[in-house]
Design a protein around this ligand. Sequence first.
Ligand code: ATP
Ligand code: MG
Length: 141
Amino acid sequence: MERTLAIIKPDAVSASRTGKIVAHLEAAGLSIRAIRMLRLTETQARAFYAVHAGRPFFASLVRFMTSGAVIPMVLEGAGAVARLRQVIGATDPAEAAEGTIRKLYAESKERNAIHASDSPETAAREVAFFFPTETLVATSD
Ligand code: ATP
Ligand code: MG
């Protein structure tokens, strides 16, 4: 079983879309192994998206990601990294496939409802960013 990190972003949390998004993820075969809610500090948001530092949208992205509560979660399933990327759809909802989370719930290319790790290596780093090992619950013996 593979693990990946998703974050329900401030636009979706404030619009009360959390329940629908979680239902969508679970229906796609992704099980929640850890979940929390927090408001990112500017330092945390800059560190999390450090790969995009210097891009023209970086300052706006950090403002957006710190504008309200976010809900990071660890998801587990067969091929979880690729499966989650498929289920969320393209970055820009205008380009996202029908039935994907971003097509259904995202407002714009920036305010796009959900984050997903883009590789197993990124997933390991991003899971550790939000969840110390001991917070990952064993769901069966
Ligand atoms: P994420 O990393 O959040 O899962 P992604 O991998 O689909 O999204 P990235 O290219 O990693 O897309 O960009 C990170 C985030 O930065 C996007 O999800 C979006 O919120 C924002 N973003 C990316 N490109 C743009 C852009 N051109 N204009 C505005 N915001 C952007
Ligand atoms: Mg990305």
